[in-house]
Ligand binder design. Sequence first.
Ligand code: DQA
Length: 144
Amino acid sequence: FSVLLLNGPNLNLLGQREPDVYGYETLVDVVNNCQQLAKQQNFELDAFQSNHEGALVDRIHQAMGNVDFIVINPGAFTHTSVALRDALLGVNIPFIEVHISNVHSREPFRHHSYLADKAVGVVCGLGTMGYQFALQAAFQRLQD
Ligand code: DQA
């Protein structure tokens, strides 16, 4: 099985960016930990980050036919992007939405997601561990 880990805008700054909200782990740390988990469980994991909405849409399109599951932290595009929603629906690949912070305890504009109602599930507020939980859930579902 093959899983795609997608990260949206500003997540390349993880570890430096508002560490009180997002913690001190970098995106490289996050991806390494996810790769380790994938190796343990015998899954293939591809990771991609972009600050550009269109690049994320293109990467989702490329996943069609060769990725079984997507784990995505869409960053701020969560709250703005009909295009990401349509891309995920278009390729018909199940996905889990991840947020490091608890978006529901933050500004009201972060309470709505354009993706969440189409996700298998949403993990939020559990820090970067949320990526691992999402991956574990994805692996479990693929095995069943
Ligand atoms: C985020 C939450 C979003 O509201 C924000 O725009 C981000 C990160 C999170 O992981 O908590 O960039 O997705």
